[in-house]
Ligand binder design. Sequence first.
Ligand code: UD1
Ligand code: CA
Length: 463
Amino acid sequence: MRLDNAILESELSERPFLAIILAAGKGTRMKSNLPKVLHHIGGQALLAHVIALTTQSGASKLGVVIGPDMANVGQEATNNFASAMLFTQEAQKGTADAVLAARDLLQGFEGDVAVLYGDTPLITKDTIDAMRQKLAAGADVCVIGFEADEPGGYGRLLTGEEGELIAIREAKDASPDELKTTLCNSGVMGFRGERLLEILDQIGNDNASGEYYLTDAVEIARAKGLDAATVTCSEREVLGVNSRAQLAEADALFQAKMRADAMDAGVTLIAPETVYFSYDTKLGRDVIVEPNVFFGKGVTIEDGALIKAFSHFESVHIGQSAVIGPYARLRPGTDIKNGGKVGNFVEIKNAVVEEGAKVNHLTYVGDAHIGAGANIGAGTITCNYDGFNKHRTVIGRGAFIGSNSALVAPVKIGDGAFVGSGSVITKDVEADALAVARGTQDVRPGWAAKFRAIMSRSKRKAS
Ligand code: UD1
Ligand code: CA
């Protein structure tokens, strides 16, 4: 069985594969200034998820159909697939009209064509492969269907006596009997490229919506004596995002998958449902993540690290067996090397913390390099910004920064140097030196006792 799949997989990779993503819809129900497909789940735009799927599935050509005034959607497409071709559909006249906007890309293409929706981000490569395998086996059209809990407004897959696909009927055009069908159209369809344009050109708009339905392709193909097939997947995979509530639903499904994958790969999530992942979060083996942790984009955590509760990460690298949090905020450009420790209420940005260094309490480290084994006391602040420019702080190996010190950058603390607590350090400190930069302590023996005596005498007089 494995062998068969492997053969099919290699066969698929030899078939030219072109994907068209429909993304011209404004997404009115999102009530947003942003086109729908630019809303994020798991740290990236819906459209980027769909593009990633096409790339994983081996598409070598991509067309993205956008609406007028959607340069930002086009930009997102080319950021994720450099050679993507953009097509503008001037007016939304239906899904078939949208595909036809990409006519120049389809003309003369021989191979598999997949039509996907930019607002349907959770389809898996396995499902796309299954669809392409039907095309490889001779189908001219293949529709991805699903059994719907509530078929409602979905198009229905109408099948014949042997289960063969005869037509797709849009809900608005369906008879009461047809509406009873629970096998629905996900919207994702595959076509043999050689026949696609002639089919599309025959699609009319004589229906309840007055739209050019891509779904009519099935009946037209059948009338030509061509083969139409279906593959099915779960309803969750083909959840389309039309509202903020569905955006949250899609994200929840995406998060569930990321958490399950992380645990499969040997990560302990103590309360999985409270950990938020981005699409590219990488957690090593034996990483432990306590409850309520947020992983923004670009996070890699190496084996054996412990991530304590309520920590927040964006574009950071955490080395092996490091201990982070609780309540740490690690911002872009942070690199904590193996065995580093970052404690509670510590913010770090654009800084390297070398092996075994500790930044344990209530500290801000920005634009800095902290040497191996250094110890940064509670309340230390690197003053990296003078209102105009950012400056660097360099702290040497094994240096010790006393609590509540301000290090005014640019400044260097040498290897093994000590900084006395409460210092405001404005000049470089040489290796192994002690620097103290604070008011000198003035002690007056007996002063407090005298003061109390004077005060209590004057109080007695007054009463
Ligand atoms: C479509 C299918 C329906 C299926 C459902 C699944 C058709 C005719 N119907 O219906 O069978 O069950 O999806 O969700 O295909 N779009 C454009 N330009 C257009 C029209 C649509 O780019 O002119 C894009 C939209 O942005 C969207 C996608 O195509 O991403 C689907 O369009 P939508 O209007 O939501 O189709 P449905 O009516 O939901
Ligand atoms: Ca829809």
